[in-house]
Design a protein around this ligand. Sequence first.
Ligand code: HEM
Ligand code: HEM
Length: 461
Amino acid sequence: MKSPTPGESVAKGFAFSSIFWLIIGLVVGLYLALEMFLPQLNFAPWIAFGRLRVVHTNGLAFGFGLGGIFACSYYMLEKLTRKELVFPKLAKFHLYLFNVAILLAAISLFAGMNTSKEYAELEWPLDVVVVIMWVIFAVNVFATLIKRREKQMYISLWYILAMTVTVAILYIVNNLEVPVNLFKSYSAYAGVNDANVQWWYGHNAVGFVFTVPILAMFYYFFPKSIGIPIYSHRLSIVSFWSLVFAYLWTGAHHLMLTPLPEWIQTVGLAFSIFLIAPSWGSVINGYYTLRGNWDKMRTNYLTKFFILGITFYGLQTIQGPTQALRSLTSFFHYTDWVVGHVHMGTMGWVTMTIMASFYYLIPKLAGRELYSEKLANQSFWLVLIGQLLYTVTMWIAGIMQGAMWKATNPDGSLTYSFVNVVAAMYPYWKIRFVGGVVYLAGILVFLYNMVKTASSGSQAA
Ligand code: HEM
Ligand code: HEM
């Protein structure tokens, strides 16, 4: 076997780090799910719901999500530019720094250090580490792109570039803060401005972490896995520019019906509806790539992952814009419906696409055949069933919650107290826990398959 390129060896490190943080984040997620109907489990501050929730979200969005994104980005960067990474030592340092940063983030959040801005909870010393880490990544991305040997920039490179630039700007602007001591700071913004900047960042964390780089993976690994080029390069470019243009205006849909000026809410809403077009541009491109070859859903196990992944992305990008409408948000906001939306995106679209990319990538990096296709198929069904059980249950729970909160008696008083509604949610929260266990079982099967492939699968021909 030929010795790995710098991009390949660092990709392997990031891939296994990503799976490691995935398992940790999911175990914490399951504990959170239990705490919802067994409140006595909140028996110490370190494991109280409020602290664990941020360990779960940060561990999965940044440990699992970003770890997978870095793994695939380094790999795609080298392949698509036909150039090895310009700064291999920097990439290696990036891998170590990433794991140290996630570990310190988890410890500080467990300890209750929290800026209270969602998805930007880390205190300022860790923000500095995150910015250094991002600059290190950006240096390799730009240098390798500048020195590329392939003139044409394939669509995945555009998506990687957009993520690199945008996340840097979003993170720095939203995290401007005044430190009080090493462990505490206050936001540089106040009141409604703070909320506006926060959700401009928050929504684009979803957009430029859970969407843009995942699309980069989809556009690269899907055609590679099935051996068919993407249906339309032009459609992919048009979708790309309209998506990155529209995303940055939509953050205010998280603040509908709040003191934020109404015109800003309307701008957020209008761009959210507009987003359906570029999102579905990619969905249609994916479906058309398979035209005449739909039997691959049966014969090529990776096709199932990618097609189901992009289908959940399609559903997510219809559900998102509609739930931003004022009439619907007034019903669904604060309910479990939104938790269902989040987990269709993360457990469906993001997980399925990262898993599929790893199923393609890890055998290649290890120079071995996949250990077991049968296990890969089993992991697919477990993850799919677990996710559906979770999300569908949360949508039903959300509708019930919204309806109960708003129900009134003929004299205008509320029909149900808040505690009545919490009690009515218990059966749904129990089913959510079962869905999470099934999903985790799928992830453990995936982990086993990957470890076996890397350590003892048969050598690739
Ligand atoms: C066209 C694209 C999308 C639009 C317009 C959209 C819209 C929305 C809206 C309006 C909310 C707020 C609901 C509320 O609090 O009442 C929301 C929440 C959320 N969405 Fe989406 N969504 C889109 C795609 C996605 C995708 C692809 C993901 C990927 C996982 C995602 C993940 C999330 C998350 C994590 C939240 C929760 C944020 C929080 O309150 O902590 N969304 N989305
Ligand atoms: C075993 C699977 C999982 C379980 C049991 C689980 C459980 C939970 C629970 C109980 C919450 C809190 C909901 C609330 O506050 O009412 C939550 C929130 C969240 N989870 Fe998960 N989760 C799982 C998988 C994932 C994955 C794979 C990701 C990301 C890759 C993820 C990302 C999030 C995010 C972003 C939120 C915040 C949602 C919001 O603010 O609306 N979860 N999860």
